[in-house]
Design a binder for this molecule. Sequence first.
Ligand code: ASP
Length: 440
Amino acid sequence: MKVYKFGGTSVGTPDRMKHVAELITADNEKKIIVLSAISGTTNTLVEIGDLFRLGNIDGALAQLEELRATYDPFIQSLLTKASNKKIAFKIVNQYFDEMHRLIHQPFYNQILKIIVINGELISTHLFQTYLNEKHPGSSGLIPASEFMYLNESEEPNMALISAKLESLLNQNTAYELHITQGFICRNCSGGIDNLNRGGSDYSATIMGAALNVQEIQIWTDIDGMHNNDPRIVDNTKSISNLSFEEAGELAYFGAKILHPTCIIPAQQFDIPVRIKNTMKPLAHGTLITSNQNPETVKAIAAKDGITAIKIKSSRMILAYGFLRKVFEVFEHYQTPIDMITTSEIAVSITIDDPKFLEQIILDLQKYGKVEVDVNQTIICIVGDMVAEQKGISSEIFKALEEIPIRMISYGGSRNNISLLVKNNLKEKTLKSLNSHLFNL
Ligand code: ASP
């Protein structure tokens, strides 16, 4: 058994949906197919929810009807038989009618969660209707809301997911293809919830881990993870093999192709993850496993929107407890720290969520002088950089000769060297590192 996940653009047009159907029926292997919403739908549902929350009922309903209308031509060109078109229209209208009804109710927060999952409900139903037309009897739909449970810490409840999913599959053994929704889950109180934006990758790796499958394939519109940002740097290359640690660092520090948390279940249960391109299905893509691979530096990624905070205390010399107090401030405001560098009298920390910045600064001022730099970018160099290896840092420093660096973090793990630069130097830094590290 394998898990295949297709994102919003891969199912974004009727032709692309048909192409996905071809890909998954090219062999007779049993598969679980996880789908995102058709591209654009979740964004629109979020906007509709916002209008509803702000009390703009007419605006929310108008946008809902606009979205409903986009499904008409989609169904018309996806399906051929009139009876299947009728089924598809009925399903889509049921979901839209229900959202229409909800928007007429008094607002409460949970409604937003119920609205936003409709994208995945609709895409999976349409896709399965198409499969039924092309390959009758080959596929069944399993609702994510019947097995994807989170626990009290909002983590996947793996034991429960595994038991529920196995039992659902056992009830449908006749099917080769099991279609299900990404993103959708239930929280620990049983309420409808979601795995956050872009969470379908996470759904797929949770399912793969829960069923201990042979491989999880994330199908997207690029041929794997690239060794630099292809939007900024020319001639980037797809990386054939990455370790879980390297892929995790890359996903967290900017490579948009994978949801950062999705590596965790695959790594925990040691299930290979392969990133594939729907447009080039024969290309190798990127294979992520527990193997460490020989090349030293594999990729460079950038994460924008970073704030750097420096806390300078003359009393830090030979003092202990200072760092604990600093960290406690961030813990109190539930603000994760990305990078950290220290000197004997100061510590610099970066965050990507400035929601509580003002309060954090006020609290930190109790311990020293605080300086803040906004609009920073973390440049992350990922690979297998064992401490014994010589030459990598000198190559990196050579590349950075012309670039003012705000922070450098090296040695935190063997897989990552991070630099902090002003956002307007991102392009120059990525290009210069690229030519020094990859085009030797
Ligand atoms: N549809 C959701 C989103 O757009 C989840 C996903 O596509 O991964 O965020």
